[in-house]
Design a protein around this ligand. Sequence first.
Ligand code: DC
Length: 264
Amino acid sequence: MEQYLAPSLGPRLAGTLTGGFPVLVMAGLVITIDGPAASGKSTVAQRLAEKLDAAFLDTGAMYRAVTIAAKCAGVDMNDEQELLAVMEKSKFKFLAEADPCLRRRKLVPVETGMRAFVNGIDVTEQIRQPDITASARYIAAAPKVRAKLVQMQREFAARHKKVVTEGRDQGTVAFPDADMKFYLTAALPERARRRQAELRAKGCSQSLEQVRQAIEQRDKSDEHRTVGPLRPAGDAIILDTTNLSIDEVVGKALRYVKQKCLKK
Ligand code: DC
């Protein structure tokens, strides 16, 4: 498996934060944001990373990219050995919005999440299609595949001074010692409404009921798998985003980070 999680523009040395925040005492800062589908965690993580001048890691894009690689290879999605073999043979690349490579290659940064490549092919749009979303659960349920992805996530974090990472198991499995952990949640009807709007914006029309059912199904498989199940870490701050705007959630999260991780 060749993998490349491109380094972001994050500073290598301690420095002042953007937006007039105090100086960060840097022994490496890892902030995890976990939560169910459409809870707003990708947008919040990306904005928080921008505010903190930190690298952003969208781990869902990694699961989605492996899903597309496996589907293209036509392997049995229930066969972990076959999935591992596909991972070994494939070359994955993920670029965050702030990455200089994106600008060099004149690629448009994605609004939320990371730009993903499999064997040199840009799959950023395809990995968000409903069939890939639905099939990602096979990848998510394969323990050895998860272990490889967690390893890639830790390697990414090790290359950066500051990281905001989002997914399902970032605070529980990938980074149990993270400096700050958040768990974002929102009521199911609100998450369905948000996801439907997102899909509509991409020209994909699904009824609210269809979207709600798909999310409910994902919640179930995320919560009940034996490895890396979706659950808040014991020391995570739980933020219910149902009635909050993105700015309000980011503002709240920033205040927690400031209180806990930044020296006054
Ligand atoms: O966050 P997302 O919708 O892009 O996630 C895509 C899939 O990957 C979803 O089925 C959950 C899974 N996933 C996971 O199991 N662990 C993660 N850390 C991130 C995503």
